[in-house]
Design a binder for this molecule. Structure first.
Ligand SMILES: Cc1cc2nc3c(=O)[nH]c(=O)nc-3n(C[C@H](O)[C@H](O)[C@H](O)COP(=O)(O)OP(=O)(O)OC[C@H]3O[C@@H](n4cnc5c(N)ncnc54)[C@H](O)[C@@H]3O)c2cc1C
Length: 403
C-alpha cells in the first residue's frame, strides 16, 4: 500500500457531474482538490456519460426546480461561450398531451404552464391542426394538445463532462483516473483518508462521495434512503432524418407523467433519434447485475412509437443502454455532511433529473461543504424518507406512486 504524496482539503470520490462541478467550485475557492475515478473520465458506465440530457423548465407545480433550471439555462449558454463548444442546444421543449389540457390527467402539463405564465413566459399552445403544421411526425390522432417552450432543449452530456474535467485540471484539480475507492478511512469519528483498489491511500481533510449509484456501496448507511435503478435508452436511425430534425421536432415529452416517454430530435453528431423512459425502472446492483435492455422493453418502445411517431416505429434500433439513476425515495438530491463522521460529505441522489442542474450543482455542493447553505440546498440535506415516501418529481411516471 503506497501513500499519495499530496494531502487534499477536499477529495472527490467520483468524477460525474456531481464530483466535477463540486471540484471546480471548491478549486475556485482556493482549496486543494483531488478527484478519484476508475478507468477514465467520462466513464462509460456513468449516468453523466450520454449523448443528450433534457434541459426542461417544466417541473409541474414545483417552482423551486423551475427556478433552478431558469438560472441554469442562462449559465449553460455561458458555458457554451466559456468552453467554446455547444454543450447546450436550445431546440425547445414540446409538451405533448393525449387529453384536453384542462383534464385532470394533464395536471403536470397544466401546472408546468402555469409556472411559465407566472414567470412571464408566453405559452405556445397548439391543437391537433397546429401540431400537424409544425411537428408533422406527431400522431395527432393520439396527441391532440401541446405546448412548445422555446426556452429548453438538451445538453451534450459526455462533451460537458470532458470540458468540465479539462476546466477542473486548468484550475489545479488533481484528477486521478484509474483509482477506485474501496474504503473511507475514519478514526474516532474523523475521516482522514481514502483507500483505493489500486493500492493507494489518499490523505485528505474532507472526502465527498460523488460516486453515483456506487455511493451506496461505499456508504451502506445510505441504502434506506436511496437505491440504484436501471432505465432503458433507445437509439433509432430513421432513413429520412429531416422530419425529426429541429425545428420539425424538439426535445419532447409524450404525456410524460402518465407514460414516462420522452425523447430528443435527430442528432447530426450521432446520426440517431433517442427515446427513453422516465419511470420506475428496475432495481439493480451497480456491480453485479446485468444491464441489458429486454425484448419486452423494446416491444413496449415500438408500441409507444406506433402511437406517437408512426414514421419512426419501424426505424432500425441501432443501440440500447440501461443507465442507472441514484434514486432517492423522494426524488430530491442528497447533498450534505455525514451526520456522524466529521470530514465526510455526500453529493449524489440525482434521481434521473440532476444533469440539467450542472451549472448550479457546484455551488450547492461547495456551500454545504464549507458548512454553509445554498438557496436551493434545503430539501437535498440529510433526511429520513421512509419506504412509504412518495416520489416528488412530478414529471416522472411512477407506477404505484413509489419507486
Ligand atoms: C437513463 C438516464 C437518463 C437521464 N436523463 C436525464 C435528463 O434528460 N436530464 C437530466 O437533467 N438528468 C438526466 N439523468 C440524470 C443524470 O444523468 C444524473 O442525475 C447525473 O448524471 C448523476 O451524476 P453523478 O455524478 O451523481 O453520477 P455518475 O455520472 O454516475 O458519476 C459517478 C462517477 O463515480 C465514479 N465511481 C463509481 N464508483 C467509484 C469508486 N468506488 N471510486 C471512485 N469513483 C467511482 C463513476 O465511474 C462515475 O464517473 C438521466 C439519468 C439516466 C440514467
Amino acid at each position: 500500500m503506497s501513500h499519495y504524496p499530496d494531502k487534499f482539503d477536499f477529495l472527490m470520490v467520483g468524477g460525474g457531474v456531481f464530483g466535477l462541478t463540486a471540484a471546480i467550485e471548491l478549486a475556485k475557492r482556493k482549496y486543494k482538490i483531488g478527484l478519484l475515478n476508475p478507468d477514465t473520465i467520462p466513464h462509460h458506465l456513468a449516468a453523466s456519460s450520454d449523448i443528450s440530457k433534457a434541459v426542461r423548465m417544466e417541473y409541474g407545480s414545483d417552482t423551486e426546480y423551475f427556478r433552478m433550471v431558469e438560472i441554469c439555462i442562462d449559465r449553460w449558454k455561458h458555458w457554451n461561450d466559456l468552453f467554446g463548444a455547444k454543450l447546450y442546444h436550445e431546440v425547445g421543449f414540446l409538451l405533448l398531451c393525449k387529453h384536453p389540457f384542462e383534464s385532470k390527467r394533464q395536471s403536470f402539463e397544466q401546472t408546468s404552464c402555469a409556472n411559465l405564465i407566472k414567470a412571464g413566459y408566453a405559452l405556445d399552445r397548439m391543437d391537433a391542426n397546429a401540431i400537424k403544421q409544425r411537428f408533422p411526425v406527431v400522431n395527432t390522432e393520439v396527441y391532440m394538445n401541446a405546448n412548445f417552450n422555446p426556452k429548453g432543449g438538451f445538453a451534450d452530456a459526455t462533451l460537458t463532462i470532458e470540458k468540465l474535467a479539462n476546466y477542473a485540471t486548468s484550475l489545479g484539480v488533481q484528477i486521478l483516473q484509474g483509482q477506485t475507492a474501496t474504503e473511507l478511512l475514519i478514526d474516532k469519528g474523523q475521516l482522514w483518508g481514502v483507500k483505493t483498489k489500486e493500492g493507494v491511500i489518499y490523505h485528505c481533510g474532507h472526502a465527498m462521495v460523488t460516486a453515483g449509484p456506487y455511493s451506496i456501496l461505499l456508504l451502506p448507511e445510505l441504502a434506506p434512503y436511496m437505491k440504484a435503478t436501471g432505465h432503458p435508452v433507445f437509439w433509432l436511425k430513421p432513413k429520412d432524418p429531416t422530419p425529426f430534425t429541429p425545428p420539425h421536432l424538439s426535445v419532447f415529452s409524450a404525456d410524460l407523467s402518465n407514460t414516462g416517454w420522452y425523447g430528443f430530435p435527430w442528432s447530426d453528431k450521432y446520426g440517431i433519434v433517442k427515446v427513453a423512459k422516465h419511470s420506475n425502472g428496475v432495481d439493480l446492483h451497480p456491480e453485479h447485475d446485468d444491464r441489458q435492455v429486454t425484448e419486452n422493453e423494446i416491444i413496449e418502445m415500438r408500441l409507444f412509437l406506433n402511437d406517437a411517431f408512426p414514421a419512426l416505429s419501424e426505424a432500425p434500433l441501432v443501440y440500447t443502454r440501461r443507465c442507472l439513476y441514484t434514486d432517492t425515495l423522494d426524488g430530491h438530491f442528497w447533498i450534505d455532511h455525514h451526520p456522524e463522521t466529521k470530514g465526510l460529505l455526500v453529493g449524489t441522489g440525482g434521481s434521473g433529473h440532476a444533469f440539467k442542474m450542472a451549472p448550479l450543482l457546484g455551488e450547492m455542493l461547495a456551500d454545504v461543504a464549507e458548512g454553509g447553505s445554498n438557496p436551493f440546498s434545503t430539501r437535498h440535506r440529510w433526511r429520513d424518507p421512509t419506504k412509504g415516501t412518495t416520489q416528488m418529481e412530478e414529471a416522472r411516471y411512477i407506477v404505484g406512486g413509489k419507486i
